[in-house]
Design a protein around this ligand. Sequence first.
Ligand code: SF4
Ligand code: SF4
Length: 404
Amino acid sequence: MNNSEMQYRQDKHGNRLSILGFGCMRFLKKGNNIDLEEAEREIMEAYNAGVNYFDTAYVYSGSEAAIGEIFEKNGIRDKINIATKLPQYLVSNNAALDRYFNEELSRLRTDHIDYYLMHHLTDIAMWEKLKNVGVLDWIKEKKASGQIRNIGFSYHGTTDGFLKILNDYDWDICQIQYNYFDVNTQAGVDGLKAAAAKGIPVVIMEPLRGGKLVNMLPESAKKIMKESERDWSPAEWGLRWLYDQPEVTVVLSGMNSVEMVRENCRTASTAPAGHFTESDHKTLSEVTKKIRELEKVGCTGCRYCMPCPKGVDIPGAFRCYNAMYIESKSDGRFQYAQTVGLTREPGFPDQCIKCGKCEQHCPQNIPIREKLKEADKALRPLPYKIGINIARKFMFRKSSSSKS
Ligand code: SF4
Ligand code: SF4
């Protein structure tokens, strides 16, 4: 076993976590099921290279059962950390907390979870809903019994919403989406720094924007990387940018081949915090500029226009509108539904009363009112409007505070 070079950072309680975490959302399939042999090869390759953080969730189809079987078969359960998540959007009463948790323990073939996260919070209202069904006492009991070692949340809303949740509870860990292109969106760099200032470890998801900072980079951006002093692949640039920041604790990567595991482990072994040079930062800022040339609205996500008195999520709407052109129409629309529409107080542009306050603060001089209208029309055609309304009714239905 060669794990002497993997880099580790500490969690809140001094445990060492590998800076590369294994994202177990999408393993390769054999027919309709996970290809267990291939998944085992990848997991054991990562384990032997020093990876000790494995991230899954109740809703990642077949994932908990697959990794539970692999850990048990190879006798490594007690040598690694399992992070999994409560499907909080399915929880409407106290009994559901134990029901989902026990099912997860059984799938994972373990008697405890090292890092248990409230999955996919998009605003404080979701956390309040959990508190109303008694989650605080439930966590206390699970921690006291040792069934949960650390408690956290994964997040997909605005920076303000993230900070509210962060400051509402004594969390052990949090998980956010963050990459060199999305510095100011969702929790963003402000969220990262706020968590780190409180000593809360931050796990990064979507470090390469779901692979798009590799597969969908414009040729002009790839050329800038190639002509730099570094012999790094686009994936390596993205991961190294994150490892460079001491506030980042673990970077999750969904690895679908042994070669990818090897490459990512190699990168994680040679990327200490602070290793980026000025010239490296310049390279990525030029790459970012090239990607931005594909955008519809030149919004940098600086948030100087916020807060909007009517709750419109201005940078959120523009980010999703741009994603329709940088990524794909459906990606942009999905992100819009997820981050702007499926929060308790949605931030849709049709809430705008055209007061013009935002435009006075925009350093990019964006005609925000006009562009918001255009963005909403493209992002929310009628079938999406109907779909979002149905999902909202389901997600924000009244929860029962009954403990039975
Ligand atoms: S113009 Fe619209 S989006 Fe801008 S601050 Fe006023 S209500 Fe909000
Ligand atoms: S101020 Fe302008 S650039 Fe900054 S987030 Fe608002 S719209 Fe975007």
